[in-house]
Write a protein that binds this ligand. Structure first.
Ligand code: MSP
Length: 497
């Protein structure tokens, strides 16, 4: 296993305030980062903002302010949300920063010097909303708005030159585009001849962008600019160790709507510049409200801030990670949120914690009892706990996060059952040593569950592990220290009425 884990989120447009879709990808990246850090890998987690292009220019115009000012006002809203969501990113990139402009210009120059950029007059259909030229067929599909005919001199990237190389890379690297059905979608798309990519916009039409290093009358197409952020943060052009250590990225996490730009534009750009391709591009599905997509015009956009204020950060993170099958769409409903919370967190997890700690406080002066000799049923809990960590590692490696979480909760339920079967609250009256063993085993199993869930709920599992006097991420059995004192803690998952 490669010891370096570099993960990215899309950089978000600042034309709108952050919503649950942005929060979702960022939490997912955070969970994967924390998990990989826990199992001993070195991690680098990048997120940030996409600040150029027409959408942002228009949003600034609507607010009657300069685009840079608009970006400067929006950036803190994203940063604040990430802080509130306990996002542990290592860098936060904004495409209007000098470090990024410099890399984009260097990159363009490299591609130009390789003979992969040419000038051409082009007449075609242009979708203002998508900010790109579209084909007749796309125009007929009805999926594009604000279409107009444009005739312009522009710069083009010879994307078509790399079509075959890209196909063979996809075919020989099964993990390159995930999940499988997205890979097939891209291979299907690549069965048609690939067009070259228009990578410039004349300043007369749009000036909010990075100027081309070889023509001051043009700015760079926003996607050509934005994708490069993934190497800007590694100081691609500065000869530092950063790039050598972290590139290629382990994962570019994206939503399914931006698959083509990531799985076709970006790899061909990298091929042209002679840079290795990322290990994996992973496209997740959409969060829907009821059956419909969240959108500003439908007024059904969930504001993550409100959820956190009402229920706390960790339950929101838990719900989003537990509910979505990666690669498919999911439905967000308040009903399912509350049900998940009450059944998994308040009932299963919260109950186990309060049973174990209450009994230890009442009967053992708050001191964790000695395990003594294990009987068969105790050994079963231990064995299940030991195989759980490797199962979780396998599932997370395959991006089956919801299953990993379900397996952990299943384990917690098994431990609750073990408590009921052994009833230490009765046993303690007859045999304090035997009851102590049960409480030790249940406490240790709870500790293990909390460590495995800590990437998802870092805050509350932190409180729990601290209360057990075992604040570390060790997943081997037996890390709960007999004779150490339990600490008092706030209620972790009070039921939602
Ligand atoms: N700026 C580009 C990305 C450039 S990356 C080099 C962009 N930005 S975006 O803000 O419009 O969208 C960012 C991400 O949010 C996309 O991956 C998109 O799929 C995701 N989501 C937006 N709404 C969503 C949901 N309702 N559900 C899940 N994710 C969604 O595209």
């Amino acid at each position: 296993m490669n010891n370096y884990f570099y993960i990215t989120t899309p950089i978000y447009y600042v034309n709108d305030k952050p919503h649950i879709g942005h929060a979702y990808t960022t939490i997912l990246a955070d969970v994967l980062t924390r998990y990989n850090r826990n199992i001993g890998r070195k991690t680098f987690f990048l997120t940030g903002l996409d600040e150029h292009g027409q959408k942002v220019q228009q949003a600034a115009e609507e607010n009657g302010i300069d685009p840079q000012e608009h970006c400067n006002q929006m950036a803190p809203r994203f940063k604040e949300l990430w802080q509130k969501l306990h996002i542990s990113n290592d860098d936060f990139i904004r495409t209007t920063e000098d470090r990024h402009k410099k890399v984009v210009k260097d990159f363009l120059q490299i591609v130009m010097d390789n003979g992969d950029i040419y000038e051409s007059e082009y007449e075609g259909l242009y979708s203002v909303s998508e900010e790109r030229f579209i084909t007749e067929k796309e125009a007929e599909s009805g999926e594009f708005r604000d279409i107009k005919k444009l005739k312009e001199k522009n710069y083009f990237f010879k994307m078509s030159k790399y079509q075959d190389a890209l196909i063979s890379h996809i075919e020989s690297n099964p993990k390159f585009i995930q999940p499988e059905h997205r890979k097939n979608e891209i291979l299907g798309f690549l069965r048609q001849p690939l067009n070259d990519l228009c990578i410039s916009r004349p300043k007369s039409r749009l000036n909010w962008g990075i100027e081309l290093p070889f023509d001051k009358d043009y700015v760079t197409y926003v996607w050509f600019d934005a994708l490069i952020n993934y190497i800007t943060a590694l100081e691609f052009n500065q000869g530092t160790e950063l790039f050598e250590s972290w590139w290629p990225a382990s994962y570019h996490l994206i939503g399914k709507d931006i698959l083509t730009t990531h799985a076709v534009y970006w790899p061909t750009m990298l091929l042209s510049a002679g840079i290795k391709l990322p290990d994996s591009i992973f496209a997740h599905g959409w969060w829907l409200m009821g059956e419909s997509k969240m959108s500003k015009s439908l007024g059904n956009v969930i504001n993550p801030m409100d959820l956190i204020d009402d229920y706390g950060v960790d339950p929101v993170r838990y719900y989003l990670m537990r509910e979505m099958v990666l690669g498919q769409d999911s439905n967000f409903t308040m009903g399912s949120f509350i049900q998940r919370y009450n059944s998994d967190l308040a009932n299963d997890f919260g109950n186990l914690l309060s049973r174990v700690t209450t009994l230890i406080k009442k009967n053992y002066d708050g001191k964790i009892p000695e395990p003594g000799e294990y009987l068969e049923s105790d050994l079963q809990i231990r064995l299940k706990g030991e195989s759980l960590s490797s199962k979780v590692e396998m599932l997370i490696g395959e991006m089956r996060l919801n299953e990993a979480i379900e397996d952990i909760m299943q384990y917690i339920r098994t431990v609750n059952k073990y408590m009921e079967d052994n009833a230490p609250w009765k046993l303690v009256k007859e045999d304090k040593v035997a009851a102590g063993r049960i409480l030790y085993v249940a406490g240790e199993a709870l500790r293990l569950g909390a460590v495995l869930l800590s990437p998802v709920m870092p805050h509350r599992t932190g409180i729990l592990l601290d209360a057990l006097n075992a604040l570390n991420t060790n997943t081997s059995w037996g890390n709960l220290n007999p004779n150490s004192m339990l600490k008092d803690h706030e209620p972790l998952f009070p039921r939602i009425k």
